[in-house]
Design a binder for this molecule. Structure first.
Ligand SMILES: [Zn+2]
Length: 283
């Protein structure tokens, strides 16, 4: 289980969300058999999207974070529900590169899709600059949502290449806040260790959230557990197959005895016999 903690400043304008995403990132790496550099990249996406999703208001709302930088790991996609439960996938989970920035690439964009049950989802997009995921997300919020934000993410590996700890935090400022508070916050952020160092010190997300709000009368607002989950099912897979259209279904039924559909987010396989495919044709 991951743990999300949110703290709010006394005057209410500064929110810090911090997360221990160790278990979620481990599960992500296990399900995808991800290489270390993809674990580092997709693990950061997992951590960030959980915090971002947790800011949604209603059950059923989802937030999708997509980074398509043209690097060897391909498109990275991470989806969160309104409680910060996450699923994600990479174009090539086995990709290798000397560092996350190279694995991600900078030839492309970062896209955020918020589906809040309205007719059209909200879509925001910015061009990538550095391939550093935390920096790109920070830029996204200030450019696309005009919400001053600081995002920091980190993953710690053990000697065997396994994930020993993962986490991050996001500080957001919702005006109006006093000039004095802005100064204090700036000082706090300058003084704060990197997430990597905080993970090494085994800091709890509540310690991290409160240290960002030090001197601002910060108090814990709420905290709960989140996990890596996939909501795929046979019924959903059937709907995807039906959406391919009758012609394609008929072709698949004719060409192969069994059609296998693999979920990109959890690698679960759903098999449909030619007979079952023909049955779907009639729906
Ligand atoms: Zn799945």
């Amino acid at each position: 289980m991951g743990k999300i903690v949110r703290a709010l400043s006394a005057e209410g304008g500064v929110l810090c969300s911090a997360i221990d995403s160790t278990d979620m990132v481990r599960e992500m790496a296990r399900l995808h058999g991800a290489s270390p550099v993809v674990t580092a990249a997709l693990g950061r996406m997992t951590t960030a999207v959980s915090i971002m999703g947790a800011m949604l208001k209603y059950e059923g709302d989802t937030l999708t974070l997509r980074i398509n930088g043209g690097g060897p790991c391909g498109t990275l996609t991470a989806v969160s529900d309104y409680r910060g439960n996450v699923k994600c996938c990479a174009g090539d989970p086995n990709a290798n590169a000397p560092d996350v920035e190279t694995a991600v690439g900078t030839d492309g964009s970062l896209t955020v899709v918020k589906d809040m049950g309205l007719k059209e989802p909200y879509i925001g997009q910015i061009p990538l600059v550095s391939g550093n995921i935390a920096e790109e997300i920070t830029a996204y919020y200030s450019v696309s949502e005009q919400l001053p934000t600081v995002c920091a993410l980190g993953i710690l590996f053990d000697d065997g290449g396994g994930v020993s700890a993962a986490g991050g935090y996001m500080v957001q400022v919702v005006p109006p806040i006093s000039e004095q508070s802005v100064k204090v916050l700036d000082e706090n952020l300058k003084k704060m260790n990197s997430v990597q160092q905080m993970l090494e010190q085994r800091l709890d997300p509540s310690d991290i959230a409160l240290s960002a709000l030090s001197g601002l009368g910060g108090e814990i607002l709420d905290s709960w557990e989140a996990r890596y989950y996939c909501d795929c099912s046979r019924e959903r897979t059937e709907r995807v197959l039906i959406s391919l259209g009758k012609k394609e279904l008929a072709r698949l039924a004719e060409e192969q005895e069994e059609t296998e559909v693999c979920c990109h987010f959890c690698n679960k396989k759903y098999r449909f016999t030619a007979g079952e495919m023909l049955k779907l044709l009639k729906e």
